[in-house]
Design a protein around this ligand. Structure first.
Ligand code: HEC
Ligand code: HEC
Length: 494
């Protein structure tokens, strides 16, 4: 749907003016009277001269146009009936103030309680209205809301909030004619609060922790996946994404997850050169998502693997979604999401919120010079990532092969030549998605290097920035930092 489509355009009053009582003069309307005389004269002419059924020529030109339009518009009304309102059986159950906002701004399209005004019911405007109501109900229907699973309701509600914040909904072509549907900042705050209430923090969630333990055990045993599954739209899993450059790191409080976004050379080069409007053909990004383990002290750490998600630019194959082919592989088993290629549009429809960013939510934030910096870890690969919401920091721990090996072994032993590198960033709000944090400016880079197998052989150095603070607000010592860094167990990769 294009934003400026001729949606809900009221038929100009002038067209129907002289067929209804005149709003200004009533039955004494001089124009109306004049028209009536003209019309009756022409009917008389017709009865005298039976060879011409209707002496239309005798009617003045403007009135002829009015008559033709009126006949046409009347005829059009039979082409399509006004949109019907099926019975509401499973409506949204939410606090009254939430329901009332949505009723006012969204229910005309996204419910079975469509309340069409007279000008919405007149063809041809009614055709657009009907088509949009039909599409809107298919996508999201508050009258069948309670048939959704609670996890789906939660996900959908955050989407609703973000559609509202981004100004994508209600459609501007609709608010132009129905200004009462506009959402105020207070309305949006009410919706945001309800979304937050639906997703309370889940401290030390045992189901996530137990699944994480099991997956970590398999990972340590080397039971890793060698599959290269392919999604129903033909987009294949990318086994070597761990060798790619990291674009950004994020964590979400709407669906309790922590993520790392990787990019291939084409995507990363495009970001470095600010050449992302649009991303060039062949750009691919891979997002690894873990269910997060949340602690009351603000710590967010990765638990079980939620999914690996991909977006790849192929303008020929995915012309309908601005060139982006989507794929999602669920869980450590990498089970493809979606049974038919149609799932691609489900992904794309929500990514439209980030249409100013060529549909990518998580581009690295710009620095003062306008560049989008990404930390280059060279040959090192990710061991894990974590965040602290109270301290507003987000971190990625990298290591070389030796360091990754000792990480998997729980750092029981070390090996000479081991290198660990911890990069800490400032946590920022993701302006494209309320519910998500993204890494901002870099705060520090710290390294640990081992000269032997003993933990005592580890050397700490602060390479960049300032040393992280302890709970008393004091800069931590090297020894404290070593303990802290090694306390983070590795993330499970497929
Ligand atoms: C005038 C009709 C209309 C109104 C009013 C309206 N929408 Fe929509 N909405 C649509 C249409 C049509 C689509 C599908 C096409 C599109 O995405 O632009 C849609 C799509 C959506 C989607 C995307 C669903 C998906 O496929 O992922 C969401 C979410 C949404 N609307 C939420 C809202 C909310 C919240 C409101 C009220 C604040 C609202 N809409 C008001 C017509 C409407
Ligand atoms: C309800 C909205 C929504 C839907 C549906 C959705 N995404 Fe996303 N997607 C997001 C948001 C929000 C982010 C940014 C998340 C974050 O902060 O980590 C994102 C990020 C991504 C990224 C990383 C690139 C980026 O945009 O930052 C990929 C890849 C991705 N999604 C793939 C998919 C795939 C594949 C599907 C369909 C199976 C899908 N998405 C469906 C909202 C959605």
């Amino acid at each position: 749907m294009q934003k400026g489509s001729p949606f809900f355009v009221p038929i100009s009053q002038a067209n129907i003016y002289h067929h209804n009582p005149c709003p200004v003069h009533g039955s004494k309307c001089p124009v109306r009277k004049n028209r009536q005389i003209q019309a009756s004269t022409s009917i008389l002419t017709w009865s005298k001269n039976s060879t011409i059924p209707f002496s239309f020529q005798k009617i003045s030109k403007p009135f002829r146009i009015v008559v033709i339009l009126a006949v046409l518009i009347t005829a059009l009304q039979f082409v399509q009936r006004p949109v019907a309102n099926p019975t509401v059986v499973h409506p949204l159950q939410a606090p009254a103030e939430v329901v009332s906002i949505l009723q006012r701004a969204c229910y005309d399209c996204h419910s079975n309680e469509t309340n069409l005004r007279w000008y919405d019911k007149i063809a041809p405007a009614s055709w657009f209205v009907n088509a949009h109501v039909k599409e809107a109900r298919q996508r999201l229907n508050f009258s069948t809301w309670d048939t959704l699973h609670s996890a789906d309701q939660q996900g959908r509600f955050w989407e609703i909030v973000n559609m509202a914040i981004s100004g994508k909904m209600p459609l501007t072509s609709y608010t132009a004619v129905h200004p009462k549907a506009n959402l105020s900042p207070q309305d949006i705050e009410v919706l945001q609060k309800y979304a937050r209430d639906m997703s309370p923090a889940r401290y030390q969630d045992t189901s996530v922790i137990n699944q994480a333990e099991k997956e970590l055990h398999d990972f340590v045993q080397g039971n890793i996946n060698n599959k290269v599954p392919v999604a129903a739209n033909g987009v294949a899993y990318v086994p070597d994404f761990q060798n790619w450059q990291i674009i950004s790191t994020t964590n979400r409080f709407d669906n309790h997850s922590i993520r790392i976004l990787y990019g291939n050379d084409i995507a990363v080069k495009a970001i470095r050169n600010n050449n992302t409007h649009p991303f060039p053909e062949g750009s691919t990004v891979v997002k690894a998502v873990w269910n997060s383990i949340e602690s009351e002290n603000g710590d967010i750490t990765p638990g079980s693997l939620n999914s690996i998600q991909i977006m790849t630019k192929n303008n020929t194959q995915f012309a309908d979604s601005k060139g982006w082919g989507f794929a999602k592989f669920n869980g450590i088993q990498l089970t493809p999401y979606g049974h038919t290629p149609l799932f691609n549009s489900t992904c794309y429809n929500c990514h439209k919120i980030a249409d100013n960013n060529d549909y990518i939510f998580n581009l690295p934030l710009k620095n003062e010079a306008g560049a989008r910096p990404m930390f280059d870890a060279g040959d090192l690969k990710v061991i894990t990532s974590f965040a602290n919401r109270k301290q507003k920091t987000m971190s990625v721990l990298y290591g070389n092969a030796a360091a990754r090996k000792s990480a998997i072994g729980g750092y029981q032993t070390h090996a000479a030549g081991e290198i660990l590198k911890l990069v800490m960033f400032k946590q920022e709000d993701n302006k494209y998605w309320y519910g998500s944090y993204i890494n901002g400016a870099m705060l520090s880079v710290e390294t640990l290097t081992a000269t032997g197998s003993d933990a005592k052989s580890l050397t700490y150095s602060l390479v960049q920035g300032r040393a992280p603070l302890n709970t008393n607000g004091q800069p931590m010592s090297g020894d404290e930092r070593i303990i802290d860094i090694l306390a983070h167990r590795p993330s499970v990769f497929p």
